[in-house]
Design a protein around this ligand. Structure first.
Ligand code: ATR
Length: 280
């Protein structure tokens, strides 16, 4: 009998199956690293999610990314690591032996992108984070993990900022949206996690001119690639980290867990995804 090596296949589970750049990213790495594998998009409705995930391997997958609306259920149906538990949502599933594990790679996506774009950014003692939704949880946890002393968290609905402060402790200071201008002059790092500034959404009205000259600015929005906030920061000569960089860096860990090699975020990959973004 001849041994047949089956190609390893991972997938993205979502509902509805929205257009995603993840296949483009993982196919690029599979191709350049010469790994025989695949990455597909699986549209799984909420009522079918538990069955699909609990039999992921039987469905032919070595692991998966999970997106809206399944991230909280994915956490509950697997054994999460500390990061997924901290964020309260899992976006990556893999097997450790027979055990289905989960993590949240948004945290390292955010941190590794900042390290690549603005080394030394974590010297800041004060960060100002705009927004208190799911993406903000990953950002805030990452900042605390990296030892930022004061994370000022501004949100339109201040109760959500307070809830994050309760979750993550005394380093997080919830503030009202009106307080943003007063905080900008001492923010060594400004992060936009809201949808403001995204194509089709209202503008983000923040005066980058009030930031100190050593400030670093990160925006999680990547459509458009250069948001007005990033453009204003660059015009001032500030270092910036964009949402596409975070998207690419967050994909690294899943690939490594499923296919056994740690891929690199290269300029060639970035250009490939940038070209795809312009098709929208
Ligand atoms: P995600 O998971 O991407 O973070 P989310 O949980 O829906 O998405 O959070 C969206 C964030 O953008 C929230 O902080 C939201 O503020 P509220 O908590 O007050 O809703 C913020 N946001 C969205 N539209 C906004 C607007 N027009 N003005 C101010 N903040 C807005």
């Amino acid at each position: 009998m001849t041994a047949v090596t089956k190609a390893q296949v991972a997938c993205l589970i979502g509902w509805p199956a929205a257009h995603s750049r993840s296949p483009l990213i993982h196919h690029y790495w599979l191709r350049t690293l010469r790994i025989e594998g695949g990455y597909s998009i699986e549209a799984v409705p909420p009522e079918g999610f538990a069955e699909f995930v609990l039999h992921l391997s039987a469905h032919g997958f070595v692991g998966a990314n999970v997106t809206i609306p399944h991230k909280e259920r994915a956490l509950a149906l697997s054994k999460p690591d500390a990061r997924a538990r901290a964020v309260g949502a899992a976006n990556t599933l893999w097997y450790e032996g027979d055990e289905l594990r989960s993590t949240n790679t948004d945290i390292e996506g955010f941190l590794n992108n900042l390290d690549a774009c603005a080394p030394g950014w974590d010297g800041a003692s004060d960060a100002l984070v705009l927004g208190a939704g799911g993406a903000s949880r990953a950002v805030v946890f990452g900042l605390i993990e990296r030892g930022i002393k004061h994370v000022h968290l501004a949100n339109r609905t201040i109760e959500r900022a307070r809830a994050l402060a309760d979750r993550f402790g005394a380093a997080v200071h919830p503030v009202s949206w009106d307080a943003v201008d007063d905080l900008l002059p001492r923010a060594g790092l400004l992060v936009n996690t809201t949808s403001l500034g995204m194509h089709g959404q209202p503008a983000l009205e923040v005066s980058a001119g009030l930031l100190p000259s050593h400030a670093v600015v990160a925006d999680l929005v990547y459509v458009p690639l250069e948001t007005p906030l990033l453009a204003a920061a660059r015009a001032r000569g500030l270092k910036t980290a964009d949402g596409l960089g975070m998207l690419l860096h967050q994909a690294v860990r899943g690939f490594e867990l499923w296919f056994g090699e740690r891929p690199e975020v290269t300029p060639e990959l970035r250009a490939l995804v940038e070209a795809d973004l312009t098709k929208v």
